[in-house]
Design a protein around this ligand. Structure first.
Ligand SMILES: NC(=O)C1=CN([C@@H]2O[C@H](COP(=O)(O)OP(=O)(O)OC[C@H]3O[C@@H](n4cnc5c(N)ncnc54)[C@H](O)[C@@H]3O)[C@@H](O)[C@H]2O)C=CC1
Ligand SMILES: O=C([O-])CC(=O)C(=O)O
Length: 312
Protein backbone atom coordinates (compact mmCIF):
# COMPACT_ATOMS: atom_id res chain seq x y z
CA UNK A 1 0.00 0.00 0.00
CA UNK A 2 1.14 3.55 -0.71
CA UNK A 3 0.08 6.65 1.19
CA UNK A 4 0.97 10.27 0.47
CA UNK A 5 0.70 13.03 3.04
CA UNK A 6 0.81 16.53 1.55
CA UNK A 7 2.11 19.18 3.94
CA UNK A 8 5.04 18.13 6.13
CA UNK A 9 4.17 20.63 8.85
CA UNK A 10 2.88 19.90 12.33
CA UNK A 11 -0.24 17.91 11.37
CA UNK A 12 1.15 16.22 8.25
CA UNK A 13 4.35 15.03 9.93
CA UNK A 14 2.44 13.75 12.96
CA UNK A 15 -0.01 11.93 10.70
CA UNK A 16 2.89 10.38 8.76
CA UNK A 17 4.63 9.39 11.99
CA UNK A 18 1.50 7.55 13.17
CA UNK A 19 1.06 5.85 9.78
CA UNK A 20 4.66 4.62 9.86
CA UNK A 21 4.56 3.44 13.48
CA UNK A 22 1.45 1.40 12.72
CA UNK A 23 2.93 0.09 9.46
CA UNK A 24 -0.27 0.96 7.59
CA UNK A 25 1.63 1.30 4.31
CA UNK A 26 4.89 -0.06 2.92
CA UNK A 27 5.49 3.20 1.06
CA UNK A 28 4.82 6.61 2.59
CA UNK A 29 5.51 9.86 0.73
CA UNK A 30 5.63 13.18 2.54
CA UNK A 31 5.40 16.14 0.17
CA UNK A 32 5.81 19.84 0.93
CA UNK A 33 6.42 22.99 -1.08
CA UNK A 34 9.17 24.27 1.22
CA UNK A 35 12.55 23.17 -0.18
CA UNK A 36 14.10 20.29 1.77
CA UNK A 37 11.49 20.39 4.54
CA UNK A 38 9.71 17.11 3.77
CA UNK A 39 13.04 15.43 2.99
CA UNK A 40 14.36 16.44 6.42
CA UNK A 41 11.24 15.27 8.27
CA UNK A 42 11.23 11.97 6.36
CA UNK A 43 14.89 11.27 7.18
CA UNK A 44 14.30 12.15 10.84
CA UNK A 45 11.34 9.73 10.94
CA UNK A 46 13.28 7.01 9.10
CA UNK A 47 15.95 7.32 11.78
CA UNK A 48 13.31 6.13 14.29
CA UNK A 49 12.63 2.93 12.27
CA UNK A 50 15.21 0.78 14.06
CA UNK A 51 14.26 2.28 17.42
CA UNK A 52 10.53 1.70 16.96
CA UNK A 53 10.84 -1.38 14.75
CA UNK A 54 8.74 -0.37 11.74
CA UNK A 55 9.27 -1.29 8.09
CA UNK A 56 7.50 1.56 6.30
CA UNK A 57 9.73 3.38 3.82
CA UNK A 58 9.23 7.14 4.17
CA UNK A 59 10.34 9.47 1.36
CA UNK A 60 10.36 13.25 1.58
CA UNK A 61 9.69 15.25 -1.60
CA UNK A 62 9.70 18.93 -2.54
CA UNK A 63 6.92 19.57 -5.02
CA UNK A 64 7.52 16.60 -7.39
CA UNK A 65 4.11 14.94 -7.66
CA UNK A 66 5.38 12.18 -9.93
CA UNK A 67 6.85 10.59 -6.78
CA UNK A 68 3.34 10.30 -5.32
CA UNK A 69 2.15 8.16 -8.28
CA UNK A 70 -0.08 5.24 -7.48
CA UNK A 71 -1.03 6.34 -3.97
CA UNK A 72 -3.97 4.46 -2.47
CA UNK A 73 -4.75 7.17 0.08
CA UNK A 74 -3.72 10.83 0.15
CA UNK A 75 -4.00 13.08 3.19
CA UNK A 76 -4.04 16.83 2.44
CA UNK A 77 -2.75 18.95 5.32
CA UNK A 78 -1.09 21.71 3.27
CA UNK A 79 -2.01 25.28 4.16
CA UNK A 80 -1.87 27.81 6.93
CA UNK A 81 -2.96 27.04 10.47
CA UNK A 82 -4.76 29.71 12.49
CA UNK A 83 -3.20 31.90 15.15
CA UNK A 84 -4.83 32.76 18.51
CA UNK A 85 -7.94 34.92 18.04
CA UNK A 86 -8.59 33.73 14.48
CA UNK A 87 -11.37 31.47 13.24
CA UNK A 88 -10.71 28.57 10.88
CA UNK A 89 -12.90 30.31 8.30
CA UNK A 90 -10.43 33.21 8.03
CA UNK A 91 -7.96 30.80 6.39
CA UNK A 92 -10.08 30.33 3.26
CA UNK A 93 -8.39 33.10 1.24
CA UNK A 94 -5.00 31.36 1.26
CA UNK A 95 -5.89 27.71 1.82
CA UNK A 96 -8.51 27.30 -0.90
CA UNK A 97 -5.99 27.94 -3.70
CA UNK A 98 -3.45 25.64 -2.03
CA UNK A 99 -5.91 22.77 -1.54
CA UNK A 100 -7.30 22.98 -5.08
CA UNK A 101 -3.82 22.99 -6.64
CA UNK A 102 -2.58 20.15 -4.47
CA UNK A 103 -5.67 17.99 -5.05
CA UNK A 104 -5.48 18.43 -8.84
CA UNK A 105 -1.76 17.60 -8.92
CA UNK A 106 -2.32 14.47 -6.84
CA UNK A 107 -5.13 13.28 -9.11
CA UNK A 108 -2.85 13.43 -12.17
CA UNK A 109 -0.61 10.72 -10.72
CA UNK A 110 -3.04 8.83 -8.46
CA UNK A 111 -6.40 8.61 -10.26
CA UNK A 112 -7.56 5.82 -7.94
CA UNK A 113 -6.73 7.53 -4.65
CA UNK A 114 -9.04 8.16 -1.72
CA UNK A 115 -8.61 11.74 -0.48
CA UNK A 116 -8.68 12.76 3.18
CA UNK A 117 -8.91 16.55 3.50
CA UNK A 118 -7.60 18.11 6.71
CA UNK A 119 -6.74 21.72 5.76
CA UNK A 120 -9.09 24.39 7.13
CA UNK A 121 -11.77 25.55 6.81
CA UNK A 122 -12.14 21.80 6.38
CA UNK A 123 -15.83 21.47 5.42
CA UNK A 124 -15.39 23.98 2.62
CA UNK A 125 -12.03 22.51 1.54
CA UNK A 126 -13.71 19.09 1.29
CA UNK A 127 -16.49 20.57 -0.85
CA UNK A 128 -13.80 22.23 -2.99
CA UNK A 129 -12.01 18.89 -3.48
CA UNK A 130 -15.31 17.20 -4.36
CA UNK A 131 -16.18 19.85 -6.94
CA UNK A 132 -12.65 20.21 -8.40
CA UNK A 133 -11.79 16.54 -8.78
CA UNK A 134 -15.06 15.13 -10.09
CA UNK A 135 -14.39 11.82 -8.32
CA UNK A 136 -17.04 9.51 -6.88
CA UNK A 137 -18.20 11.14 -3.63
CA UNK A 138 -17.16 8.09 -1.57
CA UNK A 139 -13.50 8.91 -2.24
CA UNK A 140 -13.57 12.39 -0.70
CA UNK A 141 -13.49 12.44 3.10
CA UNK A 142 -13.05 15.48 5.32
CA UNK A 143 -11.41 14.89 8.70
CA UNK A 144 -12.95 16.94 11.51
CA UNK A 145 -15.65 15.07 13.40
CA UNK A 146 -13.25 12.20 14.14
CA UNK A 147 -11.05 14.65 16.03
CA UNK A 148 -13.96 16.57 17.58
CA UNK A 149 -15.52 13.32 18.83
CA UNK A 150 -12.22 12.37 20.44
CA UNK A 151 -12.08 15.77 22.16
CA UNK A 152 -15.72 15.31 23.26
CA UNK A 153 -14.79 12.00 24.92
CA UNK A 154 -11.78 13.65 26.54
CA UNK A 155 -13.91 16.40 28.12
CA UNK A 156 -16.55 13.84 29.14
CA UNK A 157 -13.88 11.70 30.79
CA UNK A 158 -12.69 14.74 32.75
CA UNK A 159 -16.22 15.42 33.96
CA UNK A 160 -16.87 11.77 34.83
CA UNK A 161 -13.35 11.10 36.10
CA UNK A 162 -13.31 7.94 33.97
CA UNK A 163 -11.23 6.26 31.26
CA UNK A 164 -12.02 7.97 27.91
CA UNK A 165 -11.87 4.57 26.19
CA UNK A 166 -15.01 3.53 28.10
CA UNK A 167 -16.96 6.33 26.41
CA UNK A 168 -18.92 6.55 23.16
CA UNK A 169 -19.73 9.99 21.77
CA UNK A 170 -20.19 11.68 18.44
CA UNK A 171 -19.84 15.25 17.23
CA UNK A 172 -21.63 15.99 13.96
CA UNK A 173 -22.10 19.13 11.83
CA UNK A 174 -19.38 21.53 10.74
CA UNK A 175 -15.82 21.60 12.02
CA UNK A 176 -16.08 25.17 13.30
CA UNK A 177 -16.14 26.83 16.73
CA UNK A 178 -19.88 27.50 16.38
CA UNK A 179 -20.94 24.86 13.84
CA UNK A 180 -20.09 21.58 15.55
CA UNK A 181 -22.77 19.66 17.41
CA UNK A 182 -21.69 17.34 20.26
CA UNK A 183 -24.55 14.84 20.58
CA UNK A 184 -24.74 14.74 24.39
CA UNK A 185 -28.09 12.89 24.26
CA UNK A 186 -26.46 9.86 22.62
CA UNK A 187 -23.16 9.78 24.54
CA UNK A 188 -22.70 6.73 26.76
CA UNK A 189 -20.39 5.42 29.47
CA UNK A 190 -20.24 1.68 28.74
CA UNK A 191 -23.81 1.82 27.37
CA UNK A 192 -25.18 3.95 30.23
CA UNK A 193 -26.33 7.37 28.94
CA UNK A 194 -23.97 10.01 30.36
CA UNK A 195 -27.06 12.13 31.11
CA UNK A 196 -27.76 9.61 33.91
CA UNK A 197 -24.42 10.52 35.46
CA UNK A 198 -23.94 14.25 34.77
CA UNK A 199 -26.32 17.16 35.36
CA UNK A 200 -27.38 19.41 32.47
CA UNK A 201 -25.05 22.28 33.39
CA UNK A 202 -22.03 19.94 33.36
CA UNK A 203 -23.09 18.36 30.05
CA UNK A 204 -23.59 21.81 28.53
CA UNK A 205 -20.09 22.80 29.64
CA UNK A 206 -18.61 19.62 28.14
CA UNK A 207 -20.33 20.45 24.84
CA UNK A 208 -19.15 24.08 24.93
CA UNK A 209 -15.56 23.07 25.74
CA UNK A 210 -15.62 20.55 22.90
CA UNK A 211 -16.81 23.15 20.41
CA UNK A 212 -13.92 25.49 21.18
CA UNK A 213 -11.46 22.65 21.74
CA UNK A 214 -9.30 23.70 18.78
CA UNK A 215 -9.41 27.40 19.71
CA UNK A 216 -8.43 26.60 23.30
CA UNK A 217 -5.34 24.72 22.14
CA UNK A 218 -4.49 27.45 19.64
CA UNK A 219 -4.57 29.97 22.51
CA UNK A 220 -2.33 27.77 24.68
CA UNK A 221 0.18 26.74 22.00
CA UNK A 222 0.22 29.84 19.74
CA UNK A 223 -0.68 27.79 16.64
CA UNK A 224 -3.28 25.07 16.19
CA UNK A 225 -2.97 21.53 17.54
CA UNK A 226 -1.30 18.60 15.80
CA UNK A 227 -1.03 15.46 17.96
CA UNK A 228 -4.75 14.60 17.98
CA UNK A 229 -5.35 15.95 14.43
CA UNK A 230 -2.43 13.88 13.09
CA UNK A 231 -3.63 10.79 14.96
CA UNK A 232 -7.19 11.31 13.70
CA UNK A 233 -5.95 11.49 10.09
CA UNK A 234 -3.92 8.29 10.54
CA UNK A 235 -6.91 6.56 12.17
CA UNK A 236 -8.96 7.18 9.02
CA UNK A 237 -6.09 5.94 6.83
CA UNK A 238 -6.03 2.78 8.96
CA UNK A 239 -9.80 2.27 8.66
CA UNK A 240 -9.52 2.55 4.86
CA UNK A 241 -6.45 0.40 4.27
CA UNK A 242 -7.53 -2.31 6.73
CA UNK A 243 -11.12 -2.16 5.45
CA UNK A 244 -12.29 -1.83 9.04
CA UNK A 245 -15.91 -0.74 8.37
CA UNK A 246 -15.69 1.37 11.53
CA UNK A 247 -18.06 4.21 12.37
CA UNK A 248 -16.61 7.74 12.50
CA UNK A 249 -17.98 11.21 12.02
CA UNK A 250 -16.54 12.46 8.73
CA UNK A 251 -17.32 15.35 6.44
CA UNK A 252 -18.93 13.85 3.32
CA UNK A 253 -21.13 14.88 0.43
CA UNK A 254 -24.81 14.89 1.40
CA UNK A 255 -27.53 14.28 -1.16
CA UNK A 256 -30.63 14.51 0.99
CA UNK A 257 -29.25 12.67 4.02
CA UNK A 258 -29.83 14.56 7.27
CA UNK A 259 -32.06 16.90 5.25
CA UNK A 260 -29.19 18.54 3.35
CA UNK A 261 -27.89 18.55 -0.23
CA UNK A 262 -25.02 20.07 -2.23
CA UNK A 263 -22.82 20.36 0.85
CA UNK A 264 -20.10 18.40 2.65
CA UNK A 265 -20.78 18.16 6.37
CA UNK A 266 -19.94 15.92 9.31
CA UNK A 267 -22.20 12.89 9.74
CA UNK A 268 -21.64 9.34 11.05
CA UNK A 269 -20.23 7.17 8.26
CA UNK A 270 -18.77 3.71 7.84
CA UNK A 271 -15.17 3.88 6.64
CA UNK A 272 -13.64 1.00 4.67
CA UNK A 273 -11.51 0.17 1.65
CA UNK A 274 -13.84 2.10 -0.71
CA UNK A 275 -13.69 5.31 1.33
CA UNK A 276 -16.89 6.30 3.12
CA UNK A 277 -19.27 3.47 2.41
CA UNK A 278 -22.52 4.33 4.17
CA UNK A 279 -24.11 7.17 6.12
CA UNK A 280 -25.74 6.09 9.38
CA UNK A 281 -28.95 7.90 10.32
CA UNK A 282 -28.80 8.81 14.02
CA UNK A 283 -32.43 10.01 13.88
CA UNK A 284 -31.93 13.49 15.27
CA UNK A 285 -34.44 15.19 17.53
CA UNK A 286 -36.06 18.37 16.28
CA UNK A 287 -33.60 20.52 18.26
CA UNK A 288 -30.60 18.57 16.95
CA UNK A 289 -31.89 18.83 13.36
CA UNK A 290 -32.36 22.59 13.82
CA UNK A 291 -28.75 22.88 15.00
CA UNK A 292 -27.61 20.75 12.04
CA UNK A 293 -29.50 22.97 9.58
CA UNK A 294 -27.94 26.08 11.16
CA UNK A 295 -24.51 24.51 10.87
CA UNK A 296 -25.21 23.74 7.19
CA UNK A 297 -26.25 27.36 6.57
CA UNK A 298 -22.93 28.62 7.98
CA UNK A 299 -20.88 26.14 5.94
CA UNK A 300 -22.88 26.96 2.80
CA UNK A 301 -22.03 30.66 3.28
CA UNK A 302 -18.34 29.70 3.28
CA UNK A 303 -18.81 27.46 0.23
CA UNK A 304 -20.28 30.48 -1.58
CA UNK A 305 -16.94 32.25 -1.08
CA UNK A 306 -15.36 29.59 -3.34
CA UNK A 307 -17.56 30.79 -6.19
CA UNK A 308 -16.59 34.41 -5.47
CA UNK A 309 -12.94 33.26 -5.65
CA UNK A 310 -13.78 31.54 -8.98
CA UNK A 311 -12.53 28.21 -7.65
CA UNK A 312 -15.71 26.19 -8.26
N1 LIG B 1 -9.41 19.29 10.05
C1 LIG B 1 -8.84 19.33 11.25
O1 LIG B 1 -9.35 18.72 12.19
C2 LIG B 1 -7.58 20.09 11.46
C3 LIG B 1 -7.11 20.91 10.47
N2 LIG B 1 -5.93 21.59 10.64
C4 LIG B 1 -5.46 22.38 9.52
O2 LIG B 1 -4.39 21.69 8.87
C5 LIG B 1 -3.55 22.61 8.18
C6 LIG B 1 -2.10 22.36 8.53
O3 LIG B 1 -1.84 22.69 9.86
P1 LIG B 1 -0.34 22.58 10.44
O4 LIG B 1 0.26 21.31 10.01
O5 LIG B 1 -0.42 22.92 11.86
O6 LIG B 1 0.37 23.78 9.65
P2 LIG B 1 1.93 23.92 9.30
O7 LIG B 1 2.15 25.33 8.94
O8 LIG B 1 2.75 23.33 10.40
O9 LIG B 1 2.12 22.99 8.02
C7 LIG B 1 1.53 23.28 6.80
C8 LIG B 1 2.51 22.87 5.72
O10 LIG B 1 1.88 23.01 4.44
C9 LIG B 1 2.92 23.35 3.54
N3 LIG B 1 2.36 23.90 2.31
C10 LIG B 1 1.84 25.13 2.08
N4 LIG B 1 1.47 25.25 0.79
C11 LIG B 1 1.74 24.06 0.19
C12 LIG B 1 1.59 23.57 -1.12
N5 LIG B 1 1.04 24.31 -2.09
N6 LIG B 1 2.01 22.32 -1.39
C13 LIG B 1 2.55 21.54 -0.44
N7 LIG B 1 2.73 21.97 0.85
C14 LIG B 1 2.33 23.20 1.15
C15 LIG B 1 3.77 24.35 4.30
O11 LIG B 1 5.05 24.52 3.72
C16 LIG B 1 3.78 23.70 5.68
O12 LIG B 1 4.92 22.88 5.86
C17 LIG B 1 -4.09 24.00 8.59
O13 LIG B 1 -4.93 24.51 7.59
C18 LIG B 1 -4.87 23.72 9.85
O14 LIG B 1 -5.85 24.69 10.10
C19 LIG B 1 -5.20 21.47 11.77
C20 LIG B 1 -5.64 20.67 12.79
C21 LIG B 1 -6.88 19.94 12.73
O1 LIG C 1 -8.26 24.70 15.66
C1 LIG C 1 -7.73 24.73 14.53
O2 LIG C 1 -7.62 25.74 13.84
C2 LIG C 1 -7.19 23.45 13.97
C3 LIG C 1 -8.28 22.47 14.01
O3 LIG C 1 -9.10 22.40 13.13
C4 LIG C 1 -8.45 21.73 15.26
O4 LIG C 1 -7.48 21.53 16.02
O5 LIG C 1 -9.58 21.32 15.50
Amino acid sequence: MKVTVVGAGAVGATCADNIARKELANELVLLDIKEGFAEGKAIDMMQTATLLGFDTKITGITGDYSKTAGSDVVVITSGLPRKPGMTREELIGINAGIVKGVAENILKFSPGAIFIVVSNPMDTMTYLALKSLGLPKERIIGMGGTLDSSRFKFYLSQALNCNPNDLQGFVIGGHGDTTMIPLTRLATYQSLPVSNLLDKATLDKVAADTMVGGATLTGLIGTSAWYAPGAAGATLVEAILRDEKKLFTCCVSLEGEYGQSDICLGVPVIIGRNGWEKIIDFKLTEDEQTAFNKSADAVRNMNNVLAEMKLV
